[in-house]
Design a protein. Structure first.
Ligand code: FAD
Length: 195
């Protein structure tokens, strides 16, 4: 099996495949954990559920918003943690057993053959874990904000205290529901609880 991309998705899939007895090769343009792809904030419970707690660095029980006018604090329904990217990747990779890793830049796909800067790789199962640019798709590359799978943080204040104006905005955002604050992307209300 060929897993393209050695970040969260690729390493998690590699561990599952290797655990099922598959012969797995993982490729990435960088060494595992070398280039952080995320700000690395996650609900604490998710880290615990995946037994990745040793990569935790800080834990936050409240949302703190600093503006030039004041600081507002809201308690969170669950805590968030930051984690060390390299360490978390190493933990995931340690679960991939006999899986092998090679650095290679993927440039495209022809059927079940993946083309890289180090040659072509053919496998009965190809996992595209290269992130949002969909390099392996035969569709045109996609960029935010048109990427349908792209997400954005949004700040909602249902019943919360009114906030001051956002820097750069011409009017204060004082309405309670799904008022985007200082985001560039269109904000959608999102309040998915952790499983
Ligand atoms: C600025 C920013 C901050 C974010 N912060 C958070 C956060 O705090 N919490 C959160 O939950 N989510 C966050 N996200 C979203 C999160 O980063 C993604 O959901 C997550 O990284 C997706 O994981 P993935 O494994 O699918 O892809 P990625 O993490 O993007 O991994 C893709 C892997 O593929 C490799 N790769 C890419 N192209 C090639 C190629 N052509 N050839 C070879 N290898 C290649 C890359 O090196 C990388 O290792 C953030 C996103 C951004 C952009």
């Amino acid at each position: 099996m060929l897993v393209c991309g050695a970040s969260f998705a690729g390493l998690a899939v590699a561990a599952e495949l290797a655990g099922a007895g598959a012969s797995v090769l993982v490729v990435d343009r960088y060494e595992i954990g070398e280039r952080q792809t995320s700000a690395c904030g996650i609900p604490t419970q998710w880290l615990r559920a995946m037994d990745l707690g040793t990569s935790e660095r800080q834990r936050f029980d409240e949302l703190v918003v600093h503006t030039p006018w004041r600081t507002a604090r809201w308690p969170l329904p669950w805590s968030f943690s930051t984690f060390d990217y390299r360490e978390l990747c190493a933990l995931l990779w340690s679960r991939a057993g006999e899986a092998e890793f090679e650095t290679a830049t993927v440039t495209g796909r022809r059927g079940d053959t993946v083309i890289t800067d180090r040659g072509e790789l053919t496998a009965p199962l190809i996992v595209d874990a290269l992130g949002w640019r969909r390099v392996l798709s035969n569709a045109p590359p996609i960029q935010p904000p048109n990427a349908s799978a792209s997400t954005s943080w949004s700040f909602t204040r249902p019943g919360g205290p009114p906030a001051g104006p956002c820097p750069g905005r011409s009017r204060p955002s004082t309405t309670a529901s799904s008022a985007p604050c200082c985001g560039n992307a269109p904000a959608r209300p999102s309040s998915r609880p952790p499983p």
